[in-house]
Design a protein around this ligand. Sequence first.
Ligand SMILES: NC(=O)c1ccc[n+]([C@@H]2O[C@H](COP(=O)([O-])OP(=O)(O)OC[C@H]3O[C@@H](n4cnc5c(N)ncnc54)[C@H](OP(=O)(O)O)[C@@H]3O)[C@@H](O)[C@H]2O)c1
Length: 416
Amino acid sequence: MRILLTGSSGFIGGRLREALQAAGHEPICAGRRPDGSGCRFVAADFAGPPPRWSEHLDGVDAVVNTVGIFRETPGARFADLHVAGPVALFEACAAAGVRRVVQLSALGADDEAESGFHRSKHAADRRLLALPLDACVVMPSLVFGEGGASSAAFLTWASLPVLPLPAGGRQAIQPVHVDEVVAALVVLIEAPPGRWRGRRIALVGPEPTTLAAYLQGLRAGLGLAPARTVTVPAPLMAAVAAAGTGLLDRDAWRMLQRGNTADAQDLTTLIGGPPRPVAAFVPHELAPALRTKAEAGWTVPLLRLALATLWLVTAWVSLFVFPRDESLALLARSGVPEALRLPALFGAAGLDAVFGVATLWPGRHRRLWALQAALVLGYSAVIGVALPEFWAHPYGPLTKNLPILALLVLLWARDR
Ligand SMILES: NC(=O)c1ccc[n+]([C@@H]2O[C@H](COP(=O)([O-])OP(=O)(O)OC[C@H]3O[C@@H](n4cnc5c(N)ncnc54)[C@H](OP(=O)(O)O)[C@@H]3O)[C@@H](O)[C@H]2O)c1
């Protein structure tokens, strides 16, 4: 079959493209840019005016839409990406007589939906099912699999030494593995005419679980012993969600509180057996590598935070706390000419502050780590020679540079 697939660069869309190719189908990948797979490409940005779909639907047997965002940004609104863009595509499918349309929505996108994410998905689902098309809507719960952004975040969360659980982690969820979502999508694309027409199909794991049990289950999959938990009170969670950082914003907190479960019968029918439980989510042979990655998800930010604090506090102390006369005297003993002592003091404190801020800046920073290591080595050499009493100081101001250098080497190696 020739299948036009949107979102083929995404987590689920990418897996689906591979599965379609493996099954002998011919996917056409529609997106903002080619996904790198060599798949025939159609330019389609759902945030802008729709392409002339009619030109691209000739000879197409099925269309699958997997475009989606979890959170709005100034250039990506739910109204465009979840509603206007998909609806333009669905209407073009109806006009072109495409035989099958499958829309990837989300569990919870129903009449009771409260979040902008769910409401916008529901609006497009309704518009699709009202069209004269052999169409169905697929509604996965939380999808787990390698390469999924939320899966990586959950694994990192699960690998923490103590698990912080919002309101005790009693929220009902029913995560499903991506392989089963993709297998179900392939069956729906290939199904006999009318078999799933007009249906909203929940794709969920075998049975409901709680957030706390899910995290402990992922932990077990990573080969880690059960962790102690700490309850984050609901009002505190609401405040964190209002700040809208990381995995959690107001909508996500609202969706989590509402719960996300359904009957697994449709998925069982589609894939010919029950979906796998959480205990089987992490493949045994990949557990060590996934555990290392998950732990790096919180250890590296922690190390960067510690390093940034060191630079920023040093800048603050140099500028505002430590007696200036004593700083200038140390610079004099280090051989700095009198006229350069104040500029050297302010320059060094300014550089420390810049390093502190840059250390917190997201992204890879090999040059920054190398520059910091060079500066630490430079300071250590000058101080070690000009102020030798610091070698014998009980607080170890010079020897403490050794673990700092080791940390910088570690960050440099990780950022390759
Ligand atoms: N993952 C889950 O747990 C889960 C659960 C329930 C429902 N879903 C739904 O399943 C769908 C796919 O999820 P996913 O996890 O695979 O998401 P994903 O990895 O973030 O992929 C999203 C896809 O949408 C594309 N996209 C984003 N903005 C676009 C735009 N302006 N125009 C055209 N394409 C655009 C992305 O392309 P670029 O590469 O250009 O960004 C990417 O291919 C979404 O609708 C999501 O709501 C996911």
